[in-house]
Write a protein that binds this ligand. Sequence first.
Ligand code: FE2
Length: 165
Amino acid sequence: MASEKNLRDLFHNTLKDIYFAEKKILSALPKMAKAAQAEELKTAFEEHERQTEGHVERLEKVFGEIEEAPRGKTCEAILGIIEEGQEVMKEYKGKPALDAGLLAAAQAVEHYEISRYGTLKTWARELGLNDAADLLEETLAEEKETDATLSQIAESLVNEHAEAA
Ligand SMILES: [Fe+2]
């Protein structure tokens, strides 16, 4: 049967997009943790790496819910965001602004994921895939939490720098 290009197709496609993105993030996070100067930022990246492993597993379950094999599809958006992060790591290596740059890159990643998971869970509900929607919602909550943690760290770093100045 030819693809009808319906909401279910769109859901499957976007699932492949975020699956690809999560795997890229999983390989980028250890490098970011290694590069981070502030201990709290290092810890946040390490913690999120563990969470991201769970995100990949949940996505595999969601593929199962629609009886599809877990497969990624190149997502240029996440490649661009990760590339920017790598540039920051190179250009600001050993410089005081490195952590600020890493934080900005990581938050761009989180915002991309929050957008994707928000869309996917809404579509899952619309398609009557309630188990899938629940799984997507769990990950969405963790991405939002991570984003909030990163914001807190960014603020505390700004305060530390202000005090030091
Ligand atoms: Fe994630």
